[in-house]
Design a protein around this ligand. Structure first.
Ligand code: GAR
Length: 171
């Protein structure tokens, strides 16, 4: 069955923007912040956009997703911890994008930490489970480490944008 995606964001939304190229698979954008730049991108693309209240009402969110017929969630820079109850109540797939070669460097500042440790850089897409940045890895791409952190980060972000587009296009 073709997936109907909701993309969850919290900030810039560069990965959302990459996915919006394949607009017809994305039914809803959910943002944890009213200030997220990504909201402008979803509005420009004409995708319904939901800004979550504080605190987040996870039960209400699940009902809203159901009303949109959403059966897959892509966390693309969504910086909130997803509660276990939401994961078990949601009747579909939840996947997350992370800027490291998991299981190495979960959490924040992953690229910076891997660069400082002179470890390989890359990106992962994985199934979401209650533990943060864990869950079965679906796809990974290694990226080149360049001279500076900034240029290496740039390559990681490019690779993320290519990867999310591929994942959305395939499902
Ligand atoms: C991306 O680099 C994504 O991998 C990361 O947040 C950034 C969001 O950028 N996510 C995580 O670190 C999740 N653990 P964007 O808002 O420009 O798409």
């Amino acid at each position: 069955m073709k997936k109907k995606w909701a993309v969850f964001i919290s900030g810039t939304g560069s990965n959302l923007n990459a996915m919006l190229d394949i607009r017809e698979n994305i039914r809803l954008v959910v943002s944890s912040s009213s200030q997220a730049l990504g909201i402008l991108k979803s509005k420009r693309a004409g995708v319904p956009t939901l800004i979550l209240p504080k605190p987040i009402d996870w039960n209400q969110l699940n009902q809203t997703l159901e009303s949109f017929g959403i059966n897959a969630i892509f966390l693309a820079g969504f910086m909130k911890i997803i509660p276990e109850s939401f994961i078990s109540d949601f009747k579909g797939t939840i996947i997350n994008l992370h800027p490291s070669l998991l299981p190495d460097y979960p959490g924040l500042k992953s690229i910076e930490k891997a660069f400082q440790d002179q470890k390989p850089l890359g990106v992962s897409v994985h199934q979401v489970i209650p533990e943060v940045d864990a869950g079965e890895i679906l796809v990974q791409r290694r990226t080149e480490t360049l001279q500076s952190l900034e240029s290496s980060e740039f390559l990681v972000h490019l690779s993320e944008q290519r990867l999310v587009r591929e994942v959305i296009a395939k499902c």
